[in-house]
Design a protein around this ligand. Structure first.
Ligand code: C2E
Ligand code: CA
Ligand code: CA
Ligand code: CA
Length: 276
């Protein structure tokens, strides 16, 4: 028994070591990945449900690892967040997205301007210099502030609500739009919206996934739309994969939508080609 116990201990400790080791490896390899050209942005179009027009796109980060292949953002964003790497990576992403968005407008001088939505992690939000970082990107690229949307997760603004709302007010004062991402998953409830000043909410795709089958999910989605509209807030649905979902969201008065049925995320060059 003693031996087995010992082996057991060894087994667990080795498994743990491996998990830690993998993280340390990933962190090490992520350092400088942007400079080596392994990281890039893809853009997923966002559509207006009133007239079916494309009105903007969300920037999503991709890591093409030289040996591991494509690493999921759900894995490496977390590593970047935990290690603090996000504080250098975040501003690089923001700058690149603004730069790309300026090109989009140049391609369609007569068309409606297209916004770019950029994900901002909780750590970037807490870092304190987000307004300066945003201002620098806008200044250096010349993107009009109202064409930049920042997506913050609901959980990032929970906690110190006063401080968060202060920061969001500053950002919105600069003219950028602030959206709450993954809305409905953070248990903060709709009352949260009264205290945190945002321009829009993105209903989490876990609600959209079952909106045709699960009456509860439809009721929740409808309630979010009604509540948001009563506060003057725009509603975006993400993860629209079928025409039926699109139809019911439009019927319920949802403003904007994105998802595989409408358009997959595209590499920057392909997204540009789509605009031509
Ligand atoms: P998110 O912000 O909720 O992004 C939406 C995710 O849903 C993306 O996954 C997108 O590819 C995926 N998606 C879009 N349409 C559909 C659909 O119809 N069905 C399904 N099942 N999925 C759809 P992705 O690109 O793997 O990103 C995962 C998460 O990683 C993002 O979730 C975001 O939280 C984070 N992330 C990605 N890029 C960045 C970034 O530049 N900065 C930060 N801080 N986080 C990022
Ligand atoms: Ca997002
Ligand atoms: Ca989301
Ligand atoms: Ca459900």
């Amino acid at each position: 028994a003693k031996v087995a116990g010992k082996n057991c201990y060894r087994f667990y400790s080795r498994a743990m070591d491996q998990a830690v080791e993998r993280r340390v490896h990933l962190e090490h390899e992520l350092r400088g990945a942007w400079e080596r050209g392994e990281l890039s942005l893809v853009y997923q179009p966002v559509f207006c449900l009133v007239d079916d027009a494309m009105i903007g796109a969300e920037a999503l980060l991709r890591w093409q690892h030289p040996e591991r292949g494509l690493v999921a953002p759900s894995v490496f964003i977390d590593v970047a967040e935990q290690s603090g790497l996000i504080e250098t990576l975040g501003p690089q992403v923001l700058h690149a997205a603004c730069e790309d968005a300026v090109r989009w407008q140049q391609l369609r001088p007569q068309g409606e301007p297209l916004f770019v939505a950029v994900n901002v992690s909780p750590r970037q939000l807490r870092s304190g210099d987000l307004p300066q970082v945003v201002a620098a990107s806008l200044r250096e690229t010349g993107l009009s502030a109202d064409l930049l949307h920042l997506e913050l997760t609901e959980t990032a603004v929970i906690g110190d609500e006063a401080q968060a709302s202060n920061l969001l007010t500053r950002l919105r004062g600069m003219g950028v739009k602030v959206w709450l991402d993954d809305f409905g998953t953070g248990f903060s409830g709709l009352s949260h919206l009264r205290r945190v000043p945002v321009d829009g909410v993105k209903i989490d795709r876990s609600f959209i996934a079952d909106v045709l089958r699960d009456p509860d999910d439809l009721a929740l989605t409808t309630a979010i739309i009604a509540m948001a509209h009563s506060l003057g807030i725009t509603v975006v649905a993400e993860g629209v994969e079928r025409e039926g979902q699109y139809a019911i969201l439009r019927e319920r008065g949802c403003d904007l939508a994105q998802g595989y049925w409408l358009g997959h995320p595209l590499p920057a060059a392909e997204f540009l080609a789509l605009l031509r």
